[in-house]
Design a protein around this ligand. Structure first.
Ligand code: ATP
Length: 492
């Protein structure tokens, strides 16, 4: 069986083993690693492009299909565990390569994060920027079925209210919106019975959308309703991973004009992009659908490149990297979302990339994350770091892992007591009832010496236990290092 021969079935067949290896990795993570994300580290307001990641949850149907979760979220990193088999194809030669993608200035939202959390961290600053008289754009980007529409729909509900509240405090504005969808090279007006709209090129190469309907908006709920009304009219098809997949780019633009002068005050663009598909998922498409998939993928590539160049120009103030707007219709239509306006203010862009947790989507998830890293910077270090190679060798693949020491900080109450009872030939056994039931391994490892002595009722016993904790922790760290070394050698 070759590495490329049905890699996904192999992953599913050996799911139990791979899940163990991933759990082993998670057990060794820092304490704060899997806690829900917070907005404590906001992206700098200077960043013109901010990229956030959201992982969608596993569904019942995924579990039924034998799928498992291969994506680990930390506050500012996301790790994808690529479950592989060794190229020699010997049975039981399975290993996991874990790729870490860093998002130091923004956030990774795990499968437990709510849309409210995503809004507060990712979108609220953009809405504030727009309400202050600027240009802002938000994209939802990711694989088909990874949660783009779910995310943007929830975000629009929150932002529509917020935007109108903020505008209401500042004066009189007239707000209008347009909703179009882009299918291949053609744009359709979702507010005019799907009428085709012409895209004309202006003198400066900008693309002007002609004849599409402008709808007046008086408040946030009208905006939300309009967004959802148009979204329902979008072109959808069933894909292998989403029975109701959006196969067009949906672009909703909101124009905020000063009622007194009639001049444009601000502009907000929201894009729910069509989902990218893997080749293997489009195997059963007819010619039309294959063409559509190829167009979607190439327009997404063009957009990614534009966003990257915009970020580069901001990074290296002074140098002017050519921004390839002309590569696709999508980027031509969105050109004015990226260009410095008459007020000499830079437009801000927020990208929310959504990823699937499934083992079968591993390659696609890695690809999405590589692209988002490139959108943020030209730095090649940001394209995913191969961190760990965990291996299982030989006829009994579990053997090796059963000798792995569990760090104290990861032990439950029961495991902690079992460990304390087992050290120094059972010397602490008779004191086990003295330990508080609220204590787990993490609490034990954080107890100061005084607290240990107080619990055990003896200074020397307290110091003995502290020494044991330190020795055991050293052993764990040493084992981890050794394992990493072995893995490095194996992967050579
Ligand atoms: N964070 C989430 N929490 C709960 N359900 C979610 C989440 N993300 C996605 N879903 C569900 O997953 C399914 C697919 O999501 P959605 O349609 O938003 O994907 P998509 O990326 O827009 O797909 P496509 O590109 O094919 O249109 C939907 O049923 C949606 O409700």
């Amino acid at each position: 069986m070759g590495q490329n021969i049905d890699k996904r079935s192999y992953r599913r067949e050996h799911s139990e083993l791979y899940m163990k290896l991933i759990q082993y990795y998670r057990d060794g993570m820092d304490d704060d690693a899997q806690s829900p994300t917070s907005s404590e580290q906001q992206a700098s307001s200077e960043d013109v492009v901010k990229v956030f990641i959201r992982k969608r949850p596993m569904f019942e149907r995924d579990l039924k299909a034998g799928e498992y979760d291969v994506v680990t979220c930390k506050k500012h990193d996301i790790i994808v565990h690529d479950c592989r088999m060794h190229p020699s194809m010997k049975p039981n030669l399975a290993y996991v390569e874990s790729y870490k993608f860093p998002y130091p200035n923004t956030e990774v939202f795990n499968d437990q994060s709510s849309t409210d959390q995503v809004y507060a961290s990712a979108l609220k600053p953009l809405v504030d920027y727009v309400a202050g008289g600027n240009v802002g754009t938000m994209f939802c980007f990711g694989q088909t079925g990874s949660g783009k529409t779910f995310t943007i729909t929830g975000l629009v509900k929150l932002l529509s209210k917020d935007l109108f509240t903020q505008l209401g405090k500042q004066g009189k504005f007239s707000v209008t919106a347009t909703c179009i969808e882009l299918i291949g090279e053609t744009a359709y007006d979702l507010l005019s019975d799907h009428a085709e709209v012409a895209l004309r090129e202006g003198k400066n190469g900008e693309v002007v959308i002609c004849g599409n309907k402008l709808c007046a908006l008086n408040n946030g709920s009208e905006f939300n309703e309009l967004y959802n009304y148009a979204a329902k009219l979008r072109e959808t098809h069933a894909t292998k991973v989403n029975s109701n997949s959006s196969r067009s780019h949906y672009i909703c633009r909101v124009f905020i004009d000063d009622s007194a002068t009639g001049k444009q005050f601000a502009r907000l663009t929201l894009c729910d992009l069509a989902g990218s598909e893997r080749n293997v998922d489009s195997n059963e498409h007819d010619i039309e659908r294959l063409k559509e998939t190829a167009q979607i993928n190439s327009s997404l590539m063009a957009l990614k490149e534009v966003i990257r160049c915009v970020a580069l120009n901001k990074e290296n103030e002074g140098s002017k990297v050519h921004i390839p707007f002309r590569t696709s219709k999508l980027t031509r239509v969105l050109k004015d979302c990226f260009e410095i306006d008459e007020k000499k203010k830079r437009p801000h862009t927020v990208v929310v990339a959504t990823v699937s947790p499934l083992a079968c989507d591993t390659e696609h998830t890695i690809n999405t994350l590589k692209h988002t890293c490139l959108m943020m910077s030209s730095d090649s270090n940001m394209t995913g770091e191969k961190m760990v190679v965990q291996d299982v060798l030989g006829a009994d693949p579990y053997q090796k892992k059963t000798n792995v020491l569990k760090p104290i900080a990861k032990m439950t109450y029961e495991e902690t007591l079992e460990w304390i009872g087992s050290i120094q030939k059972g010397k602490f056994k008779k004191h086990l009832t003295k330990f508080p039931t609220s204590m787990d391994g993490k609490a034990l490892s954080r107890f100061p010496d005084k607290r240990l002595q107080q619990i055990l009722g003896s200074e020397s016993l307290g110091l003995d236990l502290r020494k044991e904790i330190m020795n055991y922790t050293d052993k764990c760290n040493q084992q981890k290092k050794q394992q990493a070394e072995e893995n490095r050698n194996l992967s050579k």
